[in-house]
Design a protein around this ligand. Structure first.
Ligand code: FRU
Length: 503
């Protein structure tokens, strides 16, 4: 087996391999065994969906569903973090607190550069967030209209937020699940642009239009008789994308819970055309963004600089089936890696590819030379990449307690098998093998391993599986059983989470 990029001296490697488990220090002490090193997680308390993703003045803003007072879901706030490089995140004070209209559920934010909302000025354009108000009293009382859409704005680039006095900006027409507004700026035939809100309504998507982000007009509905309907549709996102042949396509991301391909939560997507509030899919195929069990409610960043020429996305790395009982201590949940999503073509069928954001290369610390078919890992936080040389491949990760994680491709299925990968007694379905069909050629695999997760990207993201893992002790050894060559192991320990004390 050939190993790429040997740029460490043997003595350094031996030192790294000699690391005992105790030398990986967590803060506070070992309580934070599962704290990710390079994925965003809140310092404390509960987190679910990413919200209000917006880029302003060199900073990626990330808001998130947050309950700071507990490690289980509760009255929702919008937590807030920023990053300049998508690797190092700084958590900021909470941006939005629940109020008399309800909890602050998921939503999005845009930079209103032309002050169409009138909430700022041309010199100080506002950031405008649209979110769902969830009124717990209305819900308990049996009302149907307890979810409405609210607006908040910021005149200091997201540092502080004011709720709009005229909330809610969109009332509920009597639909129990009516939430998660995602705002897109859509160009029209006359060259002007309009704001479009994509909203989840039971197991449909509703489109609304506005000139000022405050008054919304219903345009149309999508979803009847198409796609997966095993659960409620949530957190939609409408995207204009280029197909490989240069044609313009519209992509609609729709998360759904339950009913995912691995049980519980998952995100499906549709590819087609969008005009005046009507989304026309190209076909009736059901497509999933990620075939792992732990990727939900992902949406894209607004207002990336044009020259980035990419669509940047991030998801919640968990599943409602067990998110509230996973064995972390002071916090619960992390987000996936930020990913660049794009369309690719397999024998005439368009699919979405999710590639780890290129900034993640900055998290790389060292590359390790490994001889033979198996090797110790330099740390529990690594990226492993390899060329796939045969139809089937297989690799396993092990720790000192004999726990095992298997990643393989066999009979056209790529599988991440976490049946023996550590703690699983908190949910009866957690210890499972999760497979995804891959009918086209698998040429490369990139794996990101963090303290409590694995993300497997085949062909740089043409097929993705994201899984949580709770090994009782950190992964120590990797064995390449068949079908892989040009293996590179990159230590990502030098990375982002300030709560993780480095060696
Ligand atoms: C998705 C979701 C959203 C909702 C939020 C509440 O995970 O259920 O539909 O706005 O979480 O926290």
């Amino acid at each position: 087996m050939k190993i790429k990029n040997y740029y460490l001296l043997l003595s350094t490697s031996l030192l790294a391999f000699g690391c005992s488990q105790q030398e990986v220090k967590f803060t506070p002490s070992h309580l934070e065994q599962y704290r990710p090193a390079y994925h965003f997680s809140p310092a404390k308390g509960w987190m679910n969906d990413p919200n209000g993703l917006v880029y302003v003045d060199g900073e990626y803003h990330l808001f998130f569903q947050h309950y700071p007072d507990s490690t289980v879901w509760g009255p929702m706030h919008w937590g807030h973090a920023v990053s300049k490089d998508l690797v190092h995140w700084e958590e900021l004070p909470i941006a939005l607190f629940p109020d008399s209209l309800g909890y602050i559920f998921s939503g999005s934010a845009v930079y209103d550069a032309e002050n169409t909302s009138g909430l700022g000025s041309t010199e100080t354009p506002p950031l405008v967030a649209l979110f769902t108000y969830h009124d717990p009293k209305g819900e308990k009382g049996g009302a149907l209209d307890f979810q409405t859409q609210g607006l908040a704005y910021s005149l200091d680039k997201g540092q502080t937020w004011q709720k709009y006095a005229g909330n809610p900006v969109l009332k509920n027409p009597g639909i129990r699940d009516f939430r998660d507004p995602k705002i897109s700026q859509v160009s029209q035939a006359d060259g002007k642009s309009t704001w479009v809100m994509t909203l989840a309504a039971r197991d449909r998507v509703h489109f609304y239009e506005s000139a000022n982000l405050k008054e919304w007009t219903f345009l149309g509905e999508f979803g009847q008789g198409i796609g997966a309907h095993g659960g409620v549709w949530e957190c939609p996102d409408l995207l204009s994308m280029k197909a490989p042949d240069g044609s313009q396509k519209w992509v609609l991301l729709v998360s759904m819970n339950p009913g995912g391909p691995q049980k519980g939560s998952a995100t499906q997507y549709f590819i087609g055309d969008f005009k005046q509030g009507v989304f026309i899919p190209d076909d009736t195929m059901i497509r999933w963004l990620d075939y792992g069990p732990d990727n939900y409610a992902g949406v894209t960043w607004a207002d990336l600089p044009k020259e980035q020429n990419r669509i940047l996305w991030i998801g919640w790395m968990s599943n409602w089936d067990y998110a509230q009982v996973v064995p972390t201590t002071t916090w619960r949940s992390a987000l996936t890696l930020p990913r660049e999503i794009s369309l690719f073509d397999v024998d005439g069928t368009l699919l979405l590819k999710s590639t780890p954001a290129k900034e993640l290369e900055k998290a790389r610390k060292e590359a390790y030379e490994l001889s033979g078919e198996e090797s110790l890992l330099p740390s529990p936080f690594v990226e492993i990449s390899a060329e796939i040389t045969q139809e089937d491949f297989s690799m396993t990760l092990n720790n000192e307690l004999g726990e095992e994680l298997v990643i393989n491709k066999e009979m056209g299925l790529v599988t991440v098998d976490r049946r023996k990968a550590g703690k699983a007694n908190f949910n009866r379905d957690f210890a499972a093998a999760h497979s995804a069909p891959m009918s086209w050629k698998a040429e490369s695999v990139r794996i990101f391993l963090d303290a409590s997760s694995i993300e497997v990207f085949v062909n740089d993201g043409e097929l993705v599986l994201t899984s949580l893992l709770f090994p009782t002790s950190p992964w120590k050894k990797v064995t390449f059983i068949q079908g892989l060559d040009e293996v590179e192991i990159l230590d990502l320990q030098e990375s982002s989470n300030p709560s993780l004390e480095k060696n």
